[in-house]
Write a protein that binds this ligand. Structure first.
Ligand SMILES: *[C@@H]1O[C@H](CO)[C@@H](O)[C@H](O)[C@H]1NC(C)=O
Ligand SMILES: *[C@@H]1O[C@H](CO)[C@@H](O)[C@H](O)[C@H]1NC(C)=O
Ligand SMILES: *[C@@H]1O[C@H](CO)[C@@H](O)[C@H](O)[C@H]1NC(C)=O
Ligand SMILES: *[C@@H]1O[C@H](CO)[C@@H](O)[C@H](O)[C@H]1NC(C)=O
Ligand SMILES: *[C@@H]1O[C@H](CO)[C@@H](O)[C@H](O)[C@H]1NC(C)=O
Ligand SMILES: *[C@@H]1O[C@H](CO)[C@@H](O)[C@H](O)[C@H]1NC(C)=O
Ligand SMILES: *[C@@H]1O[C@H](CO)[C@@H](O)[C@H](O)[C@H]1NC(C)=O
Ligand SMILES: *[C@@H]1O[C@H](CO)[C@@H](O)[C@H](O)[C@H]1NC(C)=O
Ligand SMILES: *[C@@H]1O[C@H](CO)[C@@H](O)[C@H](O)[C@H]1NC(C)=O
Ligand SMILES: *[C@@H]1O[C@H](CO)[C@@H](O)[C@H](O)[C@H]1NC(C)=O
Ligand SMILES: *[C@@H]1O[C@H](CO)[C@@H](O)[C@H](O)[C@H]1NC(C)=O
Ligand SMILES: *[C@@H]1O[C@H](CO)[C@@H](O)[C@H](O)[C@H]1NC(C)=O
Length: 409
């Protein structure tokens, strides 16, 4: 049993920003919102993720327009040192929506992107934004809602917004987003008890399915093999429940790709499931003892109920210890605790990060759990064998006695 402690939650004070697109005397788009950006970028020694808030000083850019002449309404907010957020709107007779979101960030801004190895201006775009409202109503979404766009995640909160406006003020009629609806219709939470333990998600997933993964050298030879079923257990702040929850999610092998690298004394396996989950394993080999183990695990998860990407790693682990030239096997469930908010459950696992020949697993070294589990049948078997032996001996002695008995008659 693990006790999860909630070390809650870095609350960032966010500015509420008001943006208005006007043409002539009339306003066509009005938005009051908070937004923050999680952006992953390259540095000379690896990638780094930073959080950049949309500052209160953001202004509406001249590229904004109310549309017309076949063009769509377009809201562009400029902020900081050459960054921009753009929202394009579309509508039909009954609904309007954010048709696309564009984020532009300037990596030469060292205050937000320290040690970036590039000075490029990066532009990313997505068309799945999920903001829809009825025409002539104000879109309202107090709940934080993340939008994944390229290597970044934009998290909106406290949004009131209307496009295709017919008056100068936001319509008093509202289209409330689904996340807020689940708030208002949910029964009031019970008075909070002393512990801040995360609430487990009511429906835990079943046992995960096993996937087979491999990593190849630059010359195409397989240098790392793994087959395993994986389950991620993350404590995070839930946007819909407005509290920290513990969410258990299976990695789906048929949506997961593997990549990685192999060096003489270290090997990495990176598993990527769509844009939602990215899991990295780091194995190291001690070339003195010719033994390897799993030293590092890192995860980036952007799940639908999160208020921002979850991101953690630990590079001083000591799991899955095996010998060079052997594979490591653990059929039993094993829980790899990475930190207080993330642990990885493994099932039906076999890995070999070093010394692969002919692209196949070498002989396996079984984990202690499997050995213990195997011990039970062995003990039972031995006890049964002993019993059979005792019965047999008793029978033979009895037979000998009775033979002796007959002979005396
Ligand atoms: C803006 O409003 C003023 C006064 O209300 C009016 O004189 C002017 O014609 C309007 N301009 C446009 C483009 O509607
Ligand atoms: C990169 O390496 C430099 C020098 O070794 C170090 O100062 C810096 O903190 C490192 N940056 C990251 C992101 O690890
Ligand atoms: C965003 O969507 C609108 C409406 O569909 C479209 O007119 C506009 O070109 C799109 N913008 C970009 C940058 O794709
Ligand atoms: C408007 O668009 C939405 C989806 O964008 C669609 O479900 C709806 O049927 C459309 N309504 C009309 C009147 O075309
Ligand atoms: C920045 O670093 C990444 C990997 O760390 C590398 O792929 C990329 O080419 C580098 N870019 C520049 C401009 O040096
Ligand atoms: C929206 O409001 C405008 C002006 O008040 C009106 O012409 C239009 O029919 C309304 N549309 C809907 C779908 O209510
Ligand atoms: C992942 O993000 C990329 C880039 O934004 C996008 O093209 C792709 O459709 C996304 N995939 C999924 C499964 O959401
Ligand atoms: C939401 O925005 C309004 C103003 O638009 C502000 O008064 C309110 O404090 C904000 N709420 C939160 C939770 O930030
Ligand atoms: C190429 O493959 C051989 C084994 O077939 C291996 O010993 C060698 O290190 C590989 N070379 C590189 C550059 O990966
Ligand atoms: C979330 O919960 C906190 C404290 O439990 C409360 O102050 C806040 O108003 C809640 N936010 C929403 C949007 O319900
Ligand atoms: C992926 O596997 C799951 C069960 O493991 C199955 O339900 C789902 O249909 C599969 N999806 C695809 C795209 O094959
Ligand atoms: C490698 O193994 C040797 C012998 O077991 C041990 O003395 C040494 O500390 C290990 N090295 C590392 C880096 O763990």
């Amino acid at each position: 049993m693990y006790v999860y402690v909630c070390v809650c939650c870095v609350t960032v004070v966010q500015s509420q920003v008001t943006l208005e697109v006007t043409e002539g005397n009339s306003t066509c788009i009005k938005a009051e919102l908070s937004a923050s950006f999680f952006i992953t970028y390259d540095t000379a020694n690896g990638t780094r993720t930073v959080m950049v808030p949309l500052p209160g000083s953001a202004v509406v850019g001249v590229a904004s327009s109310c549309g017309g002449d076949g063009r769509s309404p377009w809201l562009v907010a400029l902020f900081g040192d050459g960054h921009a957020l753009g929202l394009g709107f579309s509508s039909n007779d009954s609904l309007y929506s954010v048709a696309n979101l564009t984020l532009q960030y300037n990596l030469s801004d060292v205050s937000n992107f320290p040690e970036a190895n590039s000075t490029d201006v990066v532009t990313v775009e997505t068309t799945s934004v999920g903001m829809v409202a009825r025409v002539n109503t104000t879109y309202r979404c107090i709940s934080a809602s993340p939008v994944i766009v390229g290597g970044a995640t934009v998290t909106f909160s406290n949004v009131t917004m209307e496009a295709f406006m017919t008056g100068d003020d936001l319509s008093p009629n509202e289209s409330v987003c689904t996340a807020d609806q689940s708030f208002t219709t949910a029964p009031p939470p019970p008075p909070s008890t002393t512990t801040a333990a995360p609430t487990p998600v009511p429906t835990p997933p079943g046992t995960p399915s096993q996937g087979s993964y491999s990593v190849s050298n630059s010359n195409g030879t397989v240098c790392l093999l793994a087959r395993m079923a994986l389950q991620l257990n993350i404590s995070h702040f839930s946007a819909s429940q407005n509290q920290t929850i513990q969410e258990v999610v299976n990695l789906l092998p048929n949506q997961t790709t593997s990549s990685g690298s192999c060096d003489p004394t270290s090997a990495t396996l990176v598993l990527t499931q769509g844009n939602a989950t990215n899991l990295s394993f780091l194995f190291t080999l001690n070339s003195t003892s010719n033994r390897y183990h799993l030293t590092g695990l890192s995860v980036v998860a952007a799940w639908s109920d999160m208020t921002g990407p979850f991101n953690t790693s630990n590079s001083s682990l000591d799991y899955q210890r095996g010998s060079l030239g052997r594979s490591y096997m653990c059929i039993s469930e094993q829980t790899l605790v990475v930190d207080q908010n993330f642990s990885l459950n493994t099932f039906q696992l076999q890995v070999q990060p070093f010394g692969i020949t002919r692209g196949q697993f070498a002989q396996a070294e079984e984990c202690q759990l499997d050995q213990d589990n195997m011990l039970i049948p062995i003990v039972v078997g031995a006890a049964l064998a002993g019993l059979v032996l005792i019965v047999l001996i008793a029978y033979l002695i009895g037979r000998k006695r009775s033979h002796a008995g007959y002979q005396t008659i």
